[in-house]
Ligand binder design. Structure first.
Ligand code: SAM
Length: 500
């Protein structure tokens, strides 16, 4: 049968691309109007989801990271695909009013921040637009509803040096020790001790590591160490001076800090790496010389954590409560803004002191305990063992005996939990991938009056809100917050209620 469409006048004609044999003609391949390596001048007409400029060349989409709406820029094509191209910004010919000078010395190479060239106000506008677009396009909610729900983005109290956690990549190659963030689009670390969104006292750790590296290698070279037989974890045998670095076999360094400027340092190492007591002592001395207040130093090979000195946990105060947090546990990276996030989530939940609450994806129990101050009972669900241990200690520490934790995958735990009790309010705060469908289904089956969803990824948030909407949960407010200034990421808390 022919593929047909009916016109108003009743005459039938083939739809474009349909053939008499029912198969579709392939659309003629459109010639790509740009060439790899060539330079073009383009005008940016919108921003993409990651804050990159988007231009059109003869209708063909070109992404230009670092360019702003309205700017005329010269670019060089660095990747050309059938339907889009990616270009490097060479020169801003006409700058937008929102353009500002990036603060960081390695902004051009580092993949950490991508919006330092945009004014603080423009960043907030872009983030609100990201949430609006996601709810409309991915969530398929009507534009007018979305406009009514989404509030202006709450700015962060600090837009620089706000991060309480950083993970650097470490490498020791060709006799050189390199530590830093990974270069955009590669695995190469940008060797730097600069970062505008990390507090200065944290950056001093990199300086201490460098000094230890220089001191140990220098001393060993002076002693004329024989490297020919060296075979070290993560490095193999060889004669490189890198063999002498105490940081061989360390692939990352994860640092947490708190409001008292203390730090908890974890060296993420290959299996079998051991640090000599002299190297540990040397590092400790260098950290002291750099005036870094270290709570603990840990070596973590992915299986077990070994404490090299101090404690495996540090304390942080949030919203009047004290939380212990281990190196492997999750904690919001912008603590001042996290307080606002939790306050918004609690206000939207409308707790009055009696409700039964579930906090799914609970981490170390921050929101769980805060909800505990306003609810009859709270159950937190979390998959990471260390985080659950932290949360249990936090429950004890804060004397909240009507709050309990369950360890396990939310997909399994939620349906088990539903056999015993029915919640009035459920908080969801999943990782970027969003909630598993089974979790959403089990929660909808348990029929709480309200579900408050905290998300760091508008795309998966929109997908999950559509599932909830189809199960009878209507959105009333979507409150974005700037949790990650200088980057295109945006946090959002959304309240939904069961429509009876
Ligand atoms: C975005 S964090 C939120 C944590 C906490 N609500 C907070 O604000 O600190 C997400 C948490 O979900 C946990 N998680 C990830 N997948 C999970 C799963 N399948 N089941 C339970 N918890 C999970 C992670 O370990 C992490 O602690």
């Amino acid at each position: 049968m022919e593929r047909e469409s009916r016109r108003a006048g009743g005459r039938r004609e083939r739809t474009p691309g349909a053939r008499a044999d029912g198969r579709r003609d392939r659309a003629p391949a459109r010639a790509v109007p740009v060439r790899l390596g060539q330079t073009y001048e383009v005008v940016i007409d919108r921003l993409g989801f990651q804050g990159e400029g988007v231009a059109r060349v003869e209708g063909f989409t070109v992404f230009v990271p670092g360019a702003l709406i309205g700017e005329r820029v010269t670019v060089r094509m660095e990747r050309v695909e059938r339907s889009f191209a990616r270009a490097v910004l060479l020169q801003v010919v006409e700058a937008a009013a929102e353009r500002v000078l990036p603060r960081c010395s390695v902004y051009a190479e580092c993949g950490g921040c991508n919006l330092q060239h945009m004014s603080a106000e423009a960043q907030l506008g872009m983030k609100k637009q990201t949430v609006l677009d996601a709810l409309e396009r991915i969530g398929r909610f009507p534009k007018e509803d979305v406009r009514a729900w989404v509030r202006d983005v709450i700015p962060s109290p600090n837009v620089w040096q706000y991060r309480n956690k950083v993970t650097w990549t470490v490498s020791v190659e060709d006799g050189r020790f390199a530590v830093g963030f990974v270069e955009e689009g590669s695995h190469d670390p940008v060797n730097t001790d600069d970062c505008a969104i990390v507090p200065e006292h944290v950056l001093r750790i990199v300086r201490a590591m460098r000094r230890v590296d220089e001191a140990v290698r220098g001393a060993d070279m002076e002693r004329g160490a024989d490297l020919s037989a060296a075979s070290l974890p993560g490095q193999g045998a060889g004669t490189s001076t890198a063999m002498l670095s105490p940081w061989r076999g360390v692939h990352h360094v994860r640092v947490r800090t708190n409001g008292s400027a203390e730090v908890l340092i974890a060296l993420l190492v290959e299996t079998g790496v051991v640090f000599s007591p002299e190297d540990v002592r040397l590092f400790r001395n260098e950290l002291e010389a750099q005036r870094v207040k270290v709570v603990g130093l840990i070596a973590d090979d992915g299986v077990a954590e070994r404490v090299l000195f101090g404690q495996p946990q540090m304390e942080e105060r949030i919203a009047g409560l004290t939380f212990g947090v281990s190196s492997r546990s999750f904690m919001q990276v912008n603590p001042a803004q996290a307080e606002r996030l939790y306050a918004e989530a609690l206000a939207l939940a409308g707790l009055t002191g009696t409700q039964r609450v579930w906090d799914i994806y609970a981490g170390i129990g921050t929101l769980t305990l805060m909800a505990g101050r306003q609810a009859g009972s709270v159950v937190g669900v979390e998959i990471v063992e260390e985080a659950v241990r932290d949360a249990q200690m936090n429950i004890e520490r804060n004397g909240m005996h009507h709050v309990r934790m369950m360890l396990g995958d939310a997909q399994d735990v939620v349906s088990r939990l539903a056999e015993d009790e029915h919640p009035d309010v459920v908080f969801l705060d999943p990782p970027r991938a969003g909630c598993e469908k089974r979790v959403l289904d089990a929660i909808c089956d348990a029929a709480p009056a309200r579900i408050v969803y905290v998300s760091c990824n508008p795309a998966t948030l929109a997908r999950d809100l559509r599932i909830l909407a189809d199960r009878g949960y209507a959105v009333d407010v979507a409150q974005p917050l700037d949790m990650f200034p200088q980057t295109s990421h945006v946090e959002c808390v959304v309240s939904t209620y069961r429509v009876d």
